[in-house]
Write a protein that binds this ligand. Structure first.
Ligand code: MN
Ligand code: MN
Length: 460
């Protein structure tokens, strides 16, 4: 009997040349995007420029909203909410695809510059869940902003142009690593040793701290900053790698920051290509997911609720708080985030029947969390069924998967914070190999299915 058993396969199997070309072309655009936008601020700027080009305008510039209107709001330069107003009344809810645009990285400490042992360094503070050893002896680039006390902002980007220098953290040579090798991995690599090399030519303008002075002098010449300006800056070290096709068949992409810009980019393209949906379509790009969705740019902030209140008030001639409350209660959300793809090299941490696989389609994760589903937003079966129906109807290939074997670890997404707003939510994203590493792997078929799936959801 057809359909009696749940079966899935590699999405490239039996695919037409035409569809494969469409997938590869879309993924080439994605690769370019994440090579140029490596931080939450850069991705926010990229989103704004794509939205501007697609006829979206700032929410603040509108005095009323009608079906088909396209608006966006920017959260402190680190997040964006884009809306396409639907034909249905706003209190009947919205369809939200929410992704995060921050990724694990190394931040500079507020007072980062020092010299020791004849070398100038920046001290770093890691951001998000990293395996520290993966960040040693790889090329790093420096991105971010320095804010002067008069409010002027200086953008910094060093290490991406082919003629730029890069930075790196030295690893211990194997010849002298005997004692380190006997330690557990967690203890062998210390956070306070993540000091990045920044210079080695002494400056003769000063008697002491000649290396430190030399680095500061170069930064002053290029950016007009002094050492105390680091205190009012946000500077991030990220891998200087470009996104590249992976494999002889080019079926995958290796890149820094697929988590979660692969979902952010596909969600953004989906909202841009949504014209006049029934329900208002929302692409919500948030910051700080990697450290627990904290802060006013994270999903736990009131920002989204406040922004939605503004949208509701502009959609209605007379507005009261109940309209926002009804709108939230009737809204639905795909929490667009990545999952852990089955990895044959580490089969022991997966449960095969409930794992997702690279290039087998958009990943639906009913619950995340750890142990006995602790910290999970366990999506309601009714809502999972509704989403599966929408995806099937649109020809979107999807798969289901848990985050590894039970009791082996765990993780979360923004889903639980969205659910707290009384919104139906299901995790739907792209499976990755090497998640949170400096060079993560995603399948092109899955990336394309995410884009297609988000678009189908926004337009259902
Ligand atoms: Mn994520
Ligand atoms: Mn993550």
């Amino acid at each position: 009997m057809d359909g009696l058993l749940y079966e899935k396969k590699n999405g490239f199997e039996g695919i037409s040349d035409e569809e494969r070309t469409e997938i590869f072309d879309f993924c080439a655009e994605y690769s370019n995007a994440i090579t140029t936008a490596k931080t939450e601020r850069e991705f926010s700027d990229l989103a704004i420029s794509l939205l501007d080009k697609a006829g979206f305008v700032e929410l603040g510039s509108k005095s009323s909203l009608k079906p088909g209107d396209r608006v966006y709001s920017v959260n402190r330069g680190k997040g964006v909410a884009a809306f396409v107003i639907g034909t249905d009344s706003i209190e009947n809810g919205t369809n939200i695809v929410g992704a995060h645009i921050d990724s694990p990285r190394l931040d500079l400490k507020p007072n980062p510059l020092f010299e020791d042992g004849g070398m100038a360094y920046f001290k770093t503070h890691y951001y998000g869940g990293i395996r520290k050893y993966q960040w040693l002896n790889i090329p790093l680039s420096l991105h971010g902003v320095v804010v002067k006390r008069d409010g002027t902002q200086i953008s910094v980007s060093i290490g991406e142009d082919k003629d730029d220098p890069i930075f790196c953290i030295s690893d211990l040579l194997p010849h002298l690593a005997q004692r380190q090798s006997e330690k557990k991995v967690g203890a062998a690599f210390e956070a306070e040793k993540l000091n990045v090399i920044v210079g080695n030519i002494p400056c003769d303008d000063t008697e002491k701290n000649k290396l430190k002075y030399g680095v500061m002098k170069l930064l002053n010449e290029k950016y007009g900053i002094c050492e105390a300006d680091f205190i009012t800056s946000e500077l991030e070290l990220v891998p200087a790698f470009q996104a590249k096709d992976l494999g002889l068949d080019r079926s995958m992409i290796a890149a820094y920051g697929h988590d979660d810009r692969v979902c952010a980019y596909t969600a953004l393209r989906a909202v841009i290509e949504t014209k006049k949906p029934a329900k208002t379509a929302v692409c919500l790009l948030v910051d700080k997911e990697e450290i627990g969705s904290e802060g006013n740019t994270g999903m736990q902030s009131r920002y989204f609720e406040n922004t939605l209140a503004k949208v509701c008030s502009l959609c209605k001639e007379s507005y009261n708080d109940l309209i926002l409350r009804e709108c939230l209660s009737n809204s639905a959300c795909l929490s667009a985030d990545v999952g852990a793809a089955y990895d044959a090299n580490y089969a022991e941490v997966y449960e095969k029947n409930n794992s997702c696989f690279v290039n087998e389609g958009l990943l639906l994760t009913k619950y995340t969390g750890a142990r006995g589903k602790s910290g999970a937003s366990d999506a309601n079966a009714e809502f999972v069924a509704k989403i599966c129906g929408i995806l099937d109807k649109a020809g979107v290939i999807w798969q289901t998967g848990e985050l590894g074997r039970t009791d082996i670890g765990g993780g979360g997404t923004i889903a639980c914070y969205v659910a707290n707003l009384d919104i139906e939510v299901l995790d739907a994203g792209v499976p990755l190999l090497g998640m949170h590493s400096p060079y993560e792997v995603a399948g092109k078929f899955d990336i394309y299915m995410a884009y297609k799936g988000y678009k189908a959801f926004m337009n259902n």
